[in-house]
Design a protein around this ligand. Structure first.
Ligand SMILES: NC(=O)c1ccc[n+]([C@@H]2O[C@H](COP(=O)([O-])OP(=O)(O)OC[C@H]3O[C@@H](n4cnc5c(N)ncnc54)[C@H](OP(=O)(O)O)[C@@H]3O)[C@@H](O)[C@H]2O)c1
Length: 289
């Protein structure tokens, strides 16, 4: 059994590659950069170069594996990129494609339209497939905020009082790595919605961080415009703000991220991390200078 992991240098792909490597599963870890491919090679993992904008680069890779973990960044080309990869997987007659989707209800917004192009192509492909669908992710919300959490003891967002079944990327990667190692029939055609154990607001997240890290951390609720301006001033590319940040906060504010499932517990036999569990496990992030 062997797996092509796309997005292998990103948040989810790095974690999934590490877990498959620990399990000694042969992995081709894909990146667009030769240099990054070389640095990915270790143990059962071989770093390989491929680009979903150039499907010819995927064909020789898919000819060497049984399964593919499919992920591409939040971008207006997500649908075209993933459809191209699915078509290559179909031609290579792969045993399984595991696609990363999501559990926030995006209700047909531009990001959702892109994901559904790929999901529809997957369903029509005749391949075995499974969706791994993280609820909104702890690391995405908190890692970029670490400097202000540490220096100002403040957590900025424009999430209002929206409840989130927020989940760690680590728990989502555990599910994807498990699906990729199990017989394909076990999770065939399932949408695995992976959430944390409870739905919490940003104010409650600040309380949980305060408890785990022994400091009083306050939530500062901004308007969407204030948050966008701050992000641009901090160097976030203005053209990526809508698809990568603002559309998510809008849905969170509107109560569309409140879903909580027991799918993680069903598959892993233990509870997913709460924000506090994550913060305790990652206390070093707060303590380091
Ligand atoms: N963060 C969340 O809260 C959340 C929740 C649910 C779902 N999602 C979904 O997760 C996905 C993003 O995952 P992530 O956060 O792990 O991404 P990420 O950290 O931004 O990494 C993106 C990866 O995609 C690769 N990539 C970029 N352009 C590519 C191309 N043209 N062809 C092939 N690979 C390309 C990059 O590799 P190189 O640059 O090395 O080539 C990198 O490994 C999105 O589909 C998003 O909708 C995110």
């Amino acid at each position: 059994m062997s797996v092509l992991v796309t997005g292998a240098t990103g948040m989810f792909g790095t974690l999934i590659t590490e877990l498959l490597c620990k399990a000694e599963v042969p992995v081709m870890a894909m990146t667009r950069s030769q240099e990054r491919a070389e640095s990915l090679t270790s143990g059962s993992v071989t770093g390989v170069v491929g680009d979903m904008d150039d499907p010819d680069s995927l064909e020789p890779l898919l000819a060497q594996v049984d399964r593919m973990f499919l992920l591409s960044p939040m971008h207006a080309d997500l649908g075209a990129r993933e459809c191209a990869a699915i078509e290559c997987a179909r031609q290579a007659n792969l045993k399984q494609v595991v696609k990363l989707y999501g559990s926030v209800e995006h209700e047909g917004d531009p990001l959702d339209v892109q994901h559904w192009m790929a999901i529809d192509a997957l369903k029509a492909s005749g391949l075995s497939w499974c969706l791994v669908s993280p609820q909104t992710v702890i690391e995405s919300h908190l890692m970029a905020q670490l400097p202000s959490i540490k220096q100002e003891k403040q957590l900025y967002a424009c999430a209002g009082e929206g409840p989130m079944g927020i989940v760690s990327a680590v728990n989502c990667a555990e599910i994807a790595a498990t699906v990729l190692q199990e017989p394909v029939d076990r999770f065939q055609a399932r949408n695995l919605q992976i959430t944390g154990p409870e739905a919490v607001t940003y104010a409650q997240i600040a309380e949980q961080l305060s408890s785990a890290w022994g400091e009083t951390i306050e939530y500062v609720d901004l308007t969407e415009e204030e948050f966008a301006q701050g992000a641009i001033e901090a160097g976030f590319p203005a053209e990526d703000l809508e698809l990568q940040v603002l559309c998510h906060f809008r849905q969170i504010r509107n109560g569309k991220a409140k879903l909580v499932t027991d799918t993680y517990e069903e598959i892993m036999g233990r509870k997913a991390w709460s924000v506090e569990d994550w913060a305790v496990a990652n206390k070093g992030l707060f303590e380091s200078s």
